[in-house]
Design a protein around this ligand. Structure first.
Ligand code: 13P
Length: 254
C-alpha cells in the first residue's frame, strides 16, 4: 500500500493525474497495489469529480483511494472540524491520524489520537502515524517512544484494515532516512507491540514514511516487514509518485 500525503500544498490535479497515468505501468496493475491520495480536504471533491468524469488520460484515478490527512473525533458544533461521518459521506476510504505535524504544531496528544482512532473504527481505515524525534533517536529510546505512542491501541478491538505508518520525525522532509534494515527491525517491533496490545491480537500493516523517493523506495520495499510507504514531498509530482507505486509493484509480490 502506497499513500500520498499532500499536506497543505496546492497541487494541479489535472497535471498530476496526467503525469501519474503517463508513468504508471499498466501491466503491473494486475497485482493491484492499493494506492491512495490524501489531498487537502478542500480538494477531495474535485478529485472525486474528476474520477466520475473518467477523462481519457486519467484512468489511474479509477483505482486511487482517497483519504483525509486528519479527522475530528466528534461532530456537530465544532467549527472547522471534519467528522468521520463527513469522511464517509464524501466517499473517502482512509484517514491519517497522529501525524507528527499534528502532534507538534496542533498539540495533539495520545488521549486525543485515541479518541480519533475509536471514532474511525470499522467505518474508515485508520493510518496511525508514530515516530521518534532526532533527540530520542540519539538517546537510543526509539522503541520506548513508539511503545508509548502505541499505548492507544491497548484493549481496542482493531479493524483488519488498521495500519501504522512509522515516520521518524527527523526523516520527514529532511532527505535523511534510517537504514533499511533498521526500518525493518522497527516495523517488526511495531507489529509485535500492536499484536500484544490490541484486544483481537491484530498484526497491522506497517508503512514507512520520511523522505521516501523513487531513488530509495526499492531498498525499503525489499524489507520483509515494510508493507508500503506514506509519501510526502515526492508524492506532489504525479510521475514520481507513479514511479514509487511501480517500484512497489515490482518489488513486493502480493
Ligand atoms: P516527506 O516524504 O516529505 O519526508 O514527508 C513524509 C510525511 O510526513 C508523510 O506523511
Amino acid at each position: 500500500m502506497i499513500i500520498a500525503n499532500w499536506k497543505s500544498n496546492i497541487v494541479d490535479m489535472n497535471q498530476w493525474t496526467h503525469d501519474f497515468d503517463d508513468e504508471y505501468i499498466v501491466n503491473e496493475r494486475l497485482q493491484s497495489t492499493i494506492f491512495g491520495v490524501a489531498p487537502p480536504s478542500l480538494y477531495i471533491e474535485t478529485m472525486h469529480l474528476m474520477r466520475a468524469l473518467n477523462i481519457p488520460g486519467h484512468s489511474a484515478l479509477q483505482e486511487v483511494l482517497t483519504g483525509v490527512q486528519d479527522v475530528d473525533h466528534s461532530y456537530g458544533s465544532r467549527t472547522g472540524a471534519i467528522s468521520v461521518d463527513m469522511v464517509i459521506d464524501t466517499g473517502c476510504n482512509f484517514a491519517i491520524i497522529g501525524h507528527s505535524e499534528r502532534r507538534d504544531l496542533f498539540n495533539e496528544d495520545n488521549d486525543l489520537i485515541k479518541e480519533k482512532l475509536k471514532s474511525l473504527k470499522n467505518k474508515v481505515m485508520a493510518v496511525l502515524c508514530i515516530g521518534e524525534t532526532k533527540e530520542e533517536n540519539d538517546k537510543g529510546i526509539t522503541k520506548d517512544v513508539l511503545k508509548q505512542q502505541l499505548d492507544i491501541v491497548k484493549g481496542l478491538e482493531l479493524d483488519q484494515s488498521f495500519t501504522v505508518a512509522y515516520e521518524p520525525v527527523w526523516a520527514i522532509g529532511s532527505g535523511l532516512t534510517p537504514e533499511s534494515k533498521d526500518i525493518n527491525e522497527i516495523h517488526k517491533y511495531i507489529k509485535d507491540v500492536v499484536q500484544s496490545n490490541s484486544a483481537n491480537s491484530l498484526i497491522p500493516k506497517v508503512l514507512y514514511g520520511g523522505s521516501v523517493t523513487d531513488k530509495n523506495a526499492e531498498s525499503f520495499f525489499k524489507e520483509e516487514f515494510v508493507d508500503g510507504a506514506l509519501v510526502g514531498g515526492a508524492s506532489l509530482d504525479g510521475s514520481t509518485f507513479a514511479k514509487i507505486v511501480n517500484i512497489f509493484n515490482s518489488t513486493k509480490k502480493i
